[in-house]
Design a protein. Structure first.
Length: 179
């Protein structure tokens, strides 16, 4: 069926993973955070920072995968949880689906084009309540200082922001030294 899309997701064709790393286990060990999920057709890794996305794509390209050619996604696509696909991509489709029967929980997903797979892949331990999908806020990087009363340093991969009402917001950053 699909993989969950939250934040800014790097989506890779599953069958191209062996081109980047010799085994699935070595790929899993390489993944820089715990947001990965796969439906065995696509693999998704989620980020909250465009810089982390760029660094991950650069590393995947060093390993032999291709992101764009003539503005078309090749082995890798970037999909935003609000806007969907960030470039033209003939091999993947993104869209909102209902999670559960009541229709109140909507999530962005991506699937391989023309897929017959009926599995929804979520990261281990993911729950809608408390997820980035259920509670998110987009602030352009240039507006961070104006939008928050306090911007704290990153601690253990999480940057904390306090808005003008006193509410805390968090942005995960990859702890991996590549990022």
């Amino acid at each position: 069926m699909a993989v969950l899309i939250e934040g800014i997701s790097v989506v890779i064709k599953f069958d191209r993973i062996s081109a980047a790393l010799s085994t699935w286990g070595s790929f899993v060990d390489w993944v820089p955070n715990r947001t990965m999920c796969s439906d065995n057709e696509l693999v998704r890794i989620g980020f909250m920072s465009p810089a982390d996305v760029a660094a991950t794509i650069a590393d995947l390209e060093k390993k032999g995968l291709r992101y764009l050619s003539d503005r078309q996604a090749q082995d890798i696509a970037v999909i935003d949880q609000i806007r969907g696909l960030c470039c033209d991509c003939s091999w993947a489709a993104a869209g909102m689906i209902s999670l559960g029967d009541d229709g109140t929980k909507q999530i962005m997903t991506a699937r391989l084009a023309n897929s017959s797979c009926e599995k929804l892949a979520l990261p281990d331990g993911w729950k809608f309540e408390g997820s980035l999908t259920s509670n998110h806020r987009f602030i352009p990087t240039v507006d961070i200082e104006r939008s928050f009363a306090k911007v704290e340093e990153t601690h253990l991969g999480v940057r904390t922001f306090t808005d003008h009402t006193g509410k805390k917001w968090f942005m995960g950053k990859t702890n991996d030294p590549r990022h």
